[in-house]
Design a protein around this ligand. Structure first.
Ligand code: CTP
Ligand code: MG
Length: 386
């Protein structure tokens, strides 16, 4: 089997106007992640295991443009003009079938993100059954029957329902016969095949084969397959200060009047400083020493919140906002639990994001266990401002 004498053909119908999407152009030419829906669909077909004849059915008047669009991706694609209905467009595609083709798949370009493996699975199922095969998913909503006045007249048994997708696959002769016999418009090919009395079998569909119909579908596609996925950034920071500073303790943005002060060029707030380092590292902006100059006289005795506020401004300038921050304080004092929520609120307000703080001791071990100082370890998550 080769592409010049293919046993399988895939007709990609892309000639619709996309009225419900309302993008001001035919839906197939709308881009997601820098590629048109048609290109996404054709890309999936070219990823099939078997060589297939690809027939793209496009808006009349756009055939030359599509040939250029697909020249690199699918140089052997046959491009034909569609009709006024989906059914007429499929018929135009059928007229272009290569004589060697035995199995025909009909696919909506609007289901642009259908994985290649779904095409392979449908071909395999048609080969195995010798009859029509349609991918489908179970219906999860409860479905009601209503009358013209929007009054509910009954509930449909959901277990009998399947939401069908494309590609729908058929033995060539059966599909041609169904189209020749068609007297009414159908919204899919299986309906025409069933109308001439041939069985159609359901195989497992794929959630990624959803149809782009409305602006909400397009937004979902952009989220899943857009070129600029939102990647969060993580950062880590630690800080240690010894007790022995002047005045009273400042820690985690709070004043602790009866506790011994931590020593440091600034106020020695190890929790605030660890958070600043975590934020700066997540942003790739350096660390507290390189950004604020810990020897800089402007920061002598400065409160932790001064650094935090300045850091938040730098993040905003870099197009980042804080997702959340998590800190652990390691030390014997102060007894942190009773003011934990207060500290989380104060720091969270400064950063405009949740801050969670836990505290622990080291079972008497090390400098924190001997009560000589405290250490804080912080992680921070930043997200791009969109
Ligand atoms: N289609 C087609 N020719 C038509 C109408 C539809 O080839 N005359 C194709 C569409 O391009 C689409 C598929 O059939 O890939 C499913 O149709 P639908 O999602 O309804 O697309 P549109 O008809 O373009 O959208 P709308 O109904 O909102 O106008
Ligand atoms: Mg339509």
């Amino acid at each position: 089997m080769s592409a010049s004498s293919p046993r399988v053909a895939v007709i990609v119908v892309a000639a619709g106007s996309g009225t419900r999407l309302g993008a001001g152009m035919p839906k197939a030419f709308v881009s997601v992640g820098g590629r048109t829906l048609l290109e996404h669909a054709v890309h999936a077909v070219s990823g099939m295991r078997s060589d297939a004849q690809l027939i793209a059915v496009v808006p009349a008047g756009a055939t030359d443009e599509v040939r250029r669009l697909l020249a690199a991706l699918a140089p052997e694609a046959v491009v034909v003009a569609g009709g006024a209905s989906r059914q007429a467009s499929v018929e135009a595609g059928l007229a272009a079938l290569h004589e060697a083709v035995e199995v025909v798949l009909v696919h909506d370009a609007a289901r642009a993100f259908t994985p290649s493996g779904q095409f392979d699975a449908v071909v395999a199922a048609v080969d195995a059954a010798g009859e029509g095969v349609v991918p489908g998913l179970p219906v999860s909503d409860t479905i009601k029957r209503t009358d013209a006045d929007a009054l509910v007249t009954g509930t449909v048994d959901r277990s009998e329902l399947v939401a069908v997708q494309t590609p729908q696959g058929f033995p060539r002769d059966i599909l041609l016969q169904a189209y020749r016999a068609a007297t009414e418009e159908a919204t899919d090919d299986a309906a025409l095949v069933a109308a001439i009395g041939h069985p159609v079998r359901i195989v497992a569909g794929d959630p990624l084969a959803f149809k782009v119909t409305t602006p909400a579908d397009l937004a979902r596609a952009e989220q899943l397959f857009g070129s600029a996925p939102v990647v969060p950034r993580i950062g880590l920071g630690t800080d240690t200060h010894a007790f022995g500073g002047d005045g009273e303790l400042w820690l985690a943005g709070l004043h602790w009047p009866d506790e011994p002060a931590l020593a440091g060029h600034s106020d020695g707030d190890a929790v605030a400083h660890a958070i600043v380092d975590a934020l700066l590292s997540a942003a790739g902006l350096g660390d507290i020493g390189s950004v604020f100059g810990t020897d800089d006289p402007r920061f002598a005795g400065a409160r932790g919140e001064v650094f935090l506020e300045a850091t938040r401004e730098r993040l905003a300038a870099a197009g980042l906002r804080v997702g959340n921050v998590s800190v652990q304080l390691i030390g014997n004092r102060p007894r942190f639990a009773r003011r934990r929520e207060e500290a989380e609120r104060v720091l969270g307000d400064i950063l405009g994001a949740p801050v969670s703080i836990s505290a622990t001791t080291t079972d008497g071990l090390g400098f924190t266990g001997r009560g000589e100082g405290v250490t804080a370890i912080a992680t921070a998550l930043l997200v791009p401002v969109t």
